[in-house]
Design a protein around this ligand. Structure first.
Ligand SMILES: [Ca+2]
Ligand SMILES: [Ca+2]
Length: 404
C-alpha cells in the first residue's frame, strides 16, 4: 500500500492562526526541522540531523551505519567485523563500538529478526527509551565540563546538552557564543528539551532558577506511541552536570514549584525559549499543567496516525531505485535498486494516466543491491512509473520511457 503523505496539518493550521493573531512572525523560530512557518512544537520526533548541512541522515549515535554509506546493511556488519570504531557502530550504546553484541544486534536487524535498533527512538517503548537515553547521557561528556559561575553555568550545561542531543538547525547561531566546550550537533539525535526548575521563592542567597534537561519517554512499560506530554510521569528529567535522573524534591527540582519544559532556538539571532508545557508541582505531585497551543499532544509516530513519518527513520529504512537500463527501452528493462532489509518487495507499474497496469511481488529479497527486470513490450509506447514498496512501507519510484 502506498502510504498517504500528509503533513502536520492540525498543528500547522493552528500555529499559523495563532501566529497571525499574535503578530509573532518577526520572532517565529525556524523549527528544528527546517520549516520556517508554520511549524509545530514536537516533543516526540527524533530530530532530523540533515539540518546540519552535509550530514547523512544516519550520522547519529548507534545508527548502525558503520561505514557511513547512508544505508544500514551487510556492509556495515562487515565493517564492524573489521573492527571499525565510531559512534554509529556502537549499536547497543555501551560505549564500545563493534563488539560481538553490537554485531549480533545489527545482524538481527538487517535480517529482519528485530524491528528496530536500540537507537531508533521514535519506535522504542518507554522502557527502551529510558534505557537508551541513560546510556547516551553517559556517552555525552558535557557533565565533565568546568562550571564557572556567570560564565559557564547551569544554563550552558543545559544548552550544550540540548545541542548534542536535540541538535540545532542553524548551529552557527548557537556556537557564536563560543561557550560550548565540546559541542557535537545532534550527535545523539534524541528530542531532549531544556527544563527550568527552582522557580519558586527560595531561601536567601540561593539562585532563583535552575536549568536541567528533560525528554518525553512515555509510560514506563512496553507500550509504544502512548506518550502524553501533559503527563508529568511521561517525562524523564536529568541533571546535565551530574548525569543523574531528577525527581521532585531533589536539589535540581523543588517539590513545590512550576517546572517549565522549553524549546530553545535562536531565530533571527535572538536567543528564544518557548515553553512547551508547564507543570505546577505541589508536594512533588503535578497538580496542574499548561500546554503550548502549537505543541503536538499525540504521538505522530503512531501507526494509526496520518501524520508524516519522521524523515530520519524513513531514510534509514528506505530503499533506493537506480536508473533503469536501457531507458528509453523497447522491451525488457532492468531497474536496479538497493534495499536495507530482507523481505518482500513489491513493484507496481503505472501508465501515464496513473492507472495501475501491473503488480509484481517478490518475497525473500535479500538486503543489498538487486535489480528488477520487467518486459514493457506488451504495453503501448509511453512513459511508465515504476513504484517499489518494501515491507516496512518505504517507497521508491522511477520513470521508464517505452518506445516501440
Ligand atoms: Ca552503511
Ligand atoms: Ca557496543
Amino acid at each position: 500500500m502506498k502510504k498517504t503523505k500528509t503533513y502536520k496539518l492540525w498543528g500547522a493550521v493552528k500555529g499559523t492562526a495563532v501566529a497571525i493573531a499574535l503578530g509573532y512572525f518577526l520572532v517565529m523560530p525556524k523549527d528544528l526541522k527546517g520549516q520556517v512557518v508554520p511549524f509545530t512544537l514536537d516533543p516526540f520526533s527524533q530530530p532530523d540531523i540533515q539540518i546540519t548541512e552535509g550530514r547523512l541522515p544516519t550520522d547519529y549515535y548507534g545508527s548502525g551505519d558503520a561505514d557511513s554509506s547512508g544505508f544500514v546493511d551487510f556492509e556495515d556488519y562487515n565493517a564492524m567485523v573489521g573492527g571499525i570504531q565510531n559512534d554509529r557502530s556502537d549499536v547497543d550504546g555501551d560505549g564500545v563500538p563493534s563488539t560481538q553484541n553490537d554485531r549480533n544486534i545489527l545482524l538481527d536487524y538487517i535480517g529482519g529478526n528485530r524491528d528496530i535498533l536500540p537507537g531508533h527512538w521514535n519506535h522504542s517503548n518507554g522502557i527502551e527509551k529510558r534505557d537508551w537515553v541513560n546510556k547516551m547521557i553517559k556517552r555525552d561528556p558535557t557533565d565533565s565540563n568546568l562550571g564557572i559561575p556567570g560564565v559557564y553555568d547551569c544554563g550552558w550545561f543545559t544548552r550544550e546538552t540540548y545541542v548534542n542531543f536535540h541538535g540545532a538547525e542553524d548551529i552557527e547561531n548557537y556556537l557564536h557564543y563560543n561557550k560550548f566546550v565540546n559541542p557535537r550537533n545532534a550527535r545523539f539525535n534524541i528530542p531532549v528539551m531544556e527544563v527550568v526548575t527552582r522557580t519558586t521563592p527560595l531561601p536567601p542567597n540561593l539562585p532563583g532558577a535552575h536549568a536541567i534537561n528533560g525528554v518525553l519517554v512515555g509510560p514506563n512499560d512496553t507500550t509504544k506511541y502512548q506518550a502524553n506530554p501533559t503527563n508529568f510521569d511521561h517525562w524523564f528529567f536529568f541533571e546535565p552536570q551530574t548525569d543523574g535522573e531528577v525527581h521532585p524534591g531533589d536539589w535540581s527540582m523543588n517539590a513545590n514549584e512550576k517546572v517549565k519544559i522549553q524549546w530553545w532556538g535562536i531565530p533571527s539571532g535572538v536567543s528564544t525559549n518557548l515553553n512547551l508545557v508547564e507543570f505546577l508541582l505541589e508536594d512533588g505531585n503535578p497538580n496542574n499543567y499548561w500546554v503550548h497551543p502549537w505543541m503536538l499532544t499525540h504521538d505522530p509516530n503512531s501507526p494509526t496516525s496520518i501524520v508524516e513519518e519522521n524523515s530520519l527513520e524513513k531514510s534509514v529504512k528506505s530503499f533506493k531505485i537506480g536508473n533503469p537500463y536501457p531507458n528509453p527501452g523497447n522491451g525488457f528493462v532492468n531497474i536496479p535498486y538497493k534495499n536495507n532489509r530482507f523481505g518482500k518487495v513489491t513493484f507496481e507499474i503505472y501508465d501515464m494516466q496513473g492507472q495501475l497496469v501491473d503488480r509484481i511481488s517478490k518475497n525473500d529479497i535479500v538486503a543489498g543491491e538487486n535489480y528488477f527486470k520487467y518486459d514493457f513490450g506488451k504495453f503501448a509506447s509511453g512513459i511508465y512509473n515504476v513504484v517499489g514498496t518494501t515491507i516496512d512501507g518505504s517507497i521508491g519510484a522511477v520513470r521508464v520511457i517505452h518506445l516501440k
